[in-house]
Design a protein around this ligand. Structure first.
Ligand code: ATR
Length: 281
């Protein structure tokens, strides 16, 4: 581990905002990369209570921060404070990275990039037919990123109306009923869980993989725990698995590049540092 230079009056500040944000692993990760790259900046957490989001973000920009990561529940509101947003963030109506640039607030969303980079890192093909489970906030970036890779995307959700609403926003996607999805699994190359089921403190996802083709890859956006029941079920069937932790690391790397112009490595040391902080099961 590289140690950082002393914090002085010229040290710049970057961070993450959300509510709550105390659970965030981003400070660990970004401070390691800042030290490695010898950048005189520090990364901290800024909890912002709902109701004060736009005003506080503008204040932090005025105070000279480099930028912010934005997490739940502020990703939509963050979009509204931007002077300029990337086409991707605009399309999914969600910003997870802000850069404060001489008075202007620039917004991007690196979740889709992180998802695809993680698929690639695990040898999975991002352009095959994909079945996305869930129609909440976490699914939007994944649906859009897969479409950008040329994948035919099918959405399924426990509450059908939310799947239909999401599909209407992303032309070209189709919807299957939640009850039919497991039996239709054989026609997909990729299955992605974007629901909160399986997350620490939530019930496990109840979804049978019995009909999976042998080359199905199974990705989970959940990363607490690192090994969800869904991934264990997939591994027991010898399917390729893509744990969610890598998505977190790769979206972070892209945000770091947006601020500092250099893309940091997602290597073993980085993975171990974050994995140590998250239960395996
Ligand atoms: P987020 O913004 O984090 O995605 P969300 O908008 O509340 O959170 O969405 C949660 C997603 O997980 C939804 O798709 C939800 O399905 P419903 O729309 O039917 O509520 C899904 N979800 C949560 N628990 C689930 C469970 N036990 N089984 C299946 N889907 C579940």
């Amino acid at each position: 581990m590289v140690s950082r230079a002393p914090i002085t009056a010229t040290t710049r500040i970057v961070g993450v905002t959300g509510w709550p944000v105390a659970h965030s692993r981003s400070p660990l990760l970004h401070n390691l990369w800042l030290a490695r790259h010898g950048i005189d900046a520090l990364y901290a957490a800024f909890p912002i209570e709902p109701g004060n989001v736009s005003q506080t973000i503008r204040g932090l920009a005025a105070a000279g921060l480099v930028g912010l990561n934005v997490t739940v529940p502020h990703k939509l509101e963050a979009l509204t404070v931007c002077d300029k947003v990337s086409e991707f963030a605009h399309r999914i109506r969600s910003v997870n990275t802000l850069r404060f640039d001489s008075g202007a607030i620039l917004g991007d969303n690196t979740d889709g990039f992180g998802f695809i980079a993680n698929l690639r890192a695990h040898g999975a093909n991002p352009s095959g037919p994909a079945l996305v489970l869930g129609a909440g906030g976490a699914s939007r970036a994944i649906v859009a990123a897969l479409q950008d890779q040329g994948a035919a995307v099918t959405i399924t959700n426990r509450t059908r109306a939310r799947a239909d609403a999401l599909a209407a926003e992303f032309p070209g996607t189709t919807v299957v009923a939640w009850s039919d999805a497991p039996v239709e699994l054989s026609r997909f190359a990729l299955l992605v869980n974007t629901t909160s089921a399986g997350m620490h403190g939530h019930p496990p996802l109840d979804f049978s993989l019995a009909a999976a083709a042998e080359d199905l890859a199974v990705a989970d956006a959940v990363y607490v725990p690192r090994e969800t029941m869904l991934l264990r079920q997939a591994a027991a069937q010898n399917l390729r698995i893509i744990p969610g932790l890598g998505m977190l690391l790769h979206q972070a790397a892209r945000s770091f590049a947006f601020w500092f112009g250099v893309e940091p490595d997602v290597d073993q040391e980085v993975q171990d540092l974050i994995a140590r902080d998250i239960p395996l099961r």
